[in-house]
Design a protein around this ligand. Structure first.
Ligand code: CAA
Length: 373
């Protein structure tokens, strides 16, 4: 089966790789040969790591299933499933979807990996709207087991079922997001965690290292909040949170994110973010000592996430078990965020959200509280 992956950046190259690892023939498109070469070299590095662990038996065989191309037409022609992972600009995506509708196999799935644009709006740009669906992967796609599957108002059952089969075949777990809400599930949770952490930084209530250490060592999150922002890209999160806010999400984007975005301090990819790295695109884990977080209560920043999880449940956007699965497989949490909140005690969660309201004076916290009643 021919899979077309449109865009060979951080997400695109990873999606192409996992599709090829699952046995699909993949055409990977991007604008220039230079971008494609860099993507292929990242794929090779990742496959070599998997080979060393016995996850992949034959690196060359997987590589041979991926055809990099700078021709969009070639990538799309006759494709039986497309995943678009291009920049988050609606006009760019619309152009791709229009071409895909014309060139791909009739009735095949046209998926977008968008994290910030409504799936319905993308579907509106073509005639066969029922073929469009959101397949939202997580960074790094090679390791994160979750895919959010987002239906637009038009998505047909056939498109949904074929997409679920595809996700299963990648050995990933699909979580169905029942409503096309800004940020879907995981980015809504992250928006609460990251903006709360950033607000505390701005208020000089806690330092970056204190917060990162406490969420890692007291809550068991795999990365600190600012470490994750740098890892996936401060630019990515800024644009996602801004798009969410523009579309009605009740939560401000922390001004520090905007400042860093303007200054191009994107994190690992630019060599400088909240932490510093040895060079552009060179990842080295930041040093976050365990003892640094002793005096900080990480529930101040995790409680708003639990509040958001309750928003998702109360608005029937996702089920409790799907939210928990999403936070474990998309964010690497040791337990689901709702389960963690319940174990900590919902009264304690509310108490921390009230405290965030006091510290920041922000209305979004009193808004969240009503969903925990
Ligand atoms: N391919 C293959 N193997 C890889 C790899 C890759 N791309 N990247 C790392 N690895 C390997 C490493 O080599 C390492 O192997 P060893 O154990 O043999 O040394 C192993 O994976 C673990 O990696 P690390 O030691 O570097 O670090 P870790 O234990 O912290 O795990 C992680 C890395 C899985 C990324 C983990 O930190 C994690 O789960 N972090 C959270 C990531 C997250 O939240 N992602 C979602 C971001 S939001 C998003 O993507 C959505 C959006 O729309 C913005």
């Amino acid at each position: 089966m021919k899979v077309a992956v449109i865009g060979a950046g951080t997400m695109g190259h990873g999606i192409a790789q996992v599709s090829a690892m699952a046995g699909y023939d993949v055409w990977m498109y991007d604008l220039s040969q230079e971008i494609l070469n860099s993507a292929m070299s990242r794929i090779r590095d990742s496959l070599n790591k998997f080979y060393a662990k016995g996850v992949v038996k034959d690196v060359e065989q997987v590589i041979s299933r991926i055809r990099p191309t700078a021709s969009l037409e070639e990538a799309l022609s006759g494709s039986e499933l497309m995943i678009e992972a291009s920049p988050e600009i609606l006009e760019v995506k619309v152009d791709i979807f229009r071409k895909a509708e014309r060139l791909s196999e009739r009735g095949s799935v046209l998926a977008t990996n968008t994290s910030s644009l409504p799936i319905t709006e993308i579907a509106d740009s073509i005639n066969e709207k029922g073929r469009v669906i959101g397949l939202h992967f997580f960074n790094p796609p090679q390791l994160m087991k979750l895919v959010e599957v987002i239906k637009s108002v038009y998505t047909t059952d056939e498109t949904l079922n074929r997409s679920l089969d595809f996700v299963n075949r990648l050995s990933k777990k699909a979580v169905i997001v029942k409503k096309d809400v800004p940020g879907f599930v995981v980015n809504r949770l992250l928006a609460r965690l990251m903006n709360a952490s950033c607000q505390l930084l701005e208020k000089n209530y806690a330092s970056m290292i204190e917060i990162d250490s406490a969420v890692k060592y007291k809550l068991g999150f795999p990365m600190g909040v600012f470490e994750l922002a740098d890892y996936s890209g401060v630019d990515v999160f800024y644009l996602v949170f801004k798009a969410m806010k523009d579309r009605g999400f009740r939560g401000d984007v922390c001004p520090t994110f905007e400042k860093m975005f303007t200054e191009k301090k994107f994190g690992v990819k630019t060599g400088e973010g909240f932490y510093s790295y040895p060079g552009k695109g060179i990842y080295k884990k930041p040093e976050i000592p365990k003892e640094a977080g002793t005096g900080f209560d990480p529930w101040l920043v995790a409680a708003p996430e639990v509040g958001e999880a309750f928003w998702l449940m109360k608005t029937d956007t996702a089920s409790e078990s799907d939210i928990d699965t999403a936070s474990m497989l998309g964010l690497g949490y040791p337990k689901g965020i709702v389960q963690m909140g319940r174990e900590f005690g919902l009264e304690n969660v509310k108490d921390r959200i009230k405290k965030m309201a006091e510290i920041t004076g922000k209305e979004e916290y009193s808004y969240l509280l009503q969903f925990l009643e």
